[in-house]
Design a protein around this ligand. Structure first.
Ligand SMILES: [Zn+2]
Length: 160
């Protein structure tokens, strides 16, 4: 099956590329490009937009209600073949169901907690934190990290 998602998302856009199928989810999340104020999915399928917005809410606030509702509408079944067990769409939109399977897989692989939204409120770029101690807060230390450190410095200077 051709990956219909690739019509809407750009995989591998730096910074913070995620490993494996999680990159599909990360790339979809970043179609809502808050740094540049552009929604690359503005003309995209409503189901994909709903999934993207529910995943961002889940990622940034832990609120899973929207994602649970989507999962109920796009069921998955376990399929066995070639020595592997995979989750396959069993109804609803196959692209959304496939993405739900990607989120599940990344949880099982311990990768989900490394997916983060940049702490710069003007950015919120979703990136994979590959740092050893998982302590990253910004999408890129060269840009957002410096901006946020400068803001904190000015705030402390004002208060002093
Ligand atoms: Zn950022």
């Amino acid at each position: 099956m051709p990956d219909q998602l690739l019509q809407w998302v750009e995989l591998g856009s730096e910074p913070g590329v995620a490993p494996g199928p999680l990159e599909r989810v990360r790339a979809l999340l970043n179609t809502d490009d808050r740094f540049h104020g552009t929604d690359h999915l503005a003309d995209g399928p409503a189901g994909l937009v709903a999934f993207r917005d529910a995943v961002r809410r889940y990622l940034t606030t832990g609120d899973a209600a929207g994602l649970d509702a989507l999962a109920a509408a796009h069921p998955l079944v376990v399929a066995f073949g070639a020595g592997a067990a995979t989750l396959e769409p069993a109804g609803g939109d196959a692209v959304v169901a496939g993405l739900l399977a990607d989120v599940h897989r990344s949880h099982a692989a311990g990768e989900w907690t490394r997916l983060k939204a940049c702490a710069n409120p003007d950015c919120q770029w979703v990136y994979y934190d590959g740092s050893r101690n998982r302590s990253g807060r910004w999408c890129s230390m060269n840009e957002c990290g410096d901006v946020m450190k400068a803001r904190a410095y000015r705030r402390r200077a004002r208060q002093a």
